[in-house]
Design a protein around this ligand. Structure first.
Ligand SMILES: NC(=O)c1ccc[n+]([C@@H]2O[C@H](COP(=O)([O-])OP(=O)(O)OC[C@H]3O[C@@H](n4cnc5c(N)ncnc54)[C@H](OP(=O)(O)O)[C@@H]3O)[C@@H](O)[C@H]2O)c1
Length: 254
């Protein structure tokens, strides 16, 4: 945070250009009611709308984006990620840094959030660090038609939960996580999973970083819904600025 200056543009701050502290950022992003189920998504996109650059998000982000990315993990009960993103981004175990753990203890939360991977084909390696070094036993959210043998192998390292007959139904996903004591649900993607969550209209909040880059059009958008759907109206919660990067937060108008 020391080298990363983030200021608030909207709502207009009392003093323009005043850098935000970590506490300010927590206040801007913390759930108002931890018991009320809420689904939040965090994405980064280039100015021309791409969710990737050369198949990854790494070159789109920056220090400010990373800071908020980490902060959102700190604030949630469970991080939900599609298996494509776990594979493409090379996810490791869902282990927070010491300062985040200290913050969570102070807030009366478990040291680390849960980690739920959404998958149909279950092409996930049970010997990977995602499972073997996880501070909290991960969840794999799948469906009744998932391959049985693979499911049995994953059962040894994760709680495998069916949330539908032939695809993970977002409403059943939310219900399963809430029933497990994780109402603050945070997804880091990817576009296929977000497409299903948006289509089911379960996304309450979107944190979107606009990366100061043009990608050219080869990459996906942040939402890859399988069918056309009605517009989902959003209200603008805030706009932050760090160098040329915009960090925005939007809430679903219900
Ligand atoms: N810009 C950003 O902020 C951002 C964020 C995250 C990811 N990404 C990028 O997005 C790309 C990956 O895109 P993606 O669309 O493949 O990501 P994804 O949504 O993470 O992964 C898709 C996979 O997740 C599983 N899945 C998702 N929804 C499901 C459902 N309702 N039911 C059952 N399974 C479901 C399936 O896994 P199985 O194949 O195992 O069945 C599916 O093939 C990567 O290049 C990554 O870098 C960008």
């Amino acid at each position: 945070m020391t080298d990363t200056k983030i200021t608030r543009l909207h709502p207009a701050p009392p003093v323009a250009g005043m850098p935000l502290t970590v506490d300010d950022l927590v206040e801007l992003h913390r759930p108002r009611d931890r018991q009320a189920p809420r689904v939040r998504a965090n994405f980064v996109a280039s100015v021309d709308g791409s969710a990737t650059a050369a198949g990854r998000t790494r070159d789109l982000g920056g220090p400010a984006d990373l800071l908020v990315f980490d902060l959102l993990r700190r604030l949630c009960d469970v991080v939900v990620v599609g298996a494509g993103t776990v594979r493409d981004e090379g996810y490791g175990p869902m282990r927070l840094a010491d300062d985040a753990v200290a913050w969570r203890r102070e807030a009366g939360l478990p040291d680390h959030p849960g980690f739920a991977i959404v998958s149909s084909g279950l092409d996930l390696d049970p010997t990977s660090a995602v499972f073997t070094e996880a501070p909290v036993r991960p969840l794999v959210l799948t469906h009744d038609s998932a391959p049985r043998a693979t499911r049995a192998r994953l059962d040894e390292v994760a709680d495998v939960v069916s949330c539908g007959s032939d695809r993970v139904d977002p409403h059943l996903l939310v219900r399963a996580l809430v029933e497990r004591g994780s109402p603050q649900i945070h997804t880091e993607g990817g576009p296929t999973l977000l497409g299903d969550l948006v289509a089911a209209d379960v996304v309450d909040e979107l944190c979107l970083t606009v990366s100061p880059n043009l990608e050219g059009g080869a990459g996906p958008r942040i939402v890859a819904a399988r069918e056309a759907m009605a517009l989902r109206g959003l209200a603008l919660d805030h706009v932050l600025l760090s160098d040329d990067m915009l960090l925005t937060k939007w809430s679903r108008r219900r």
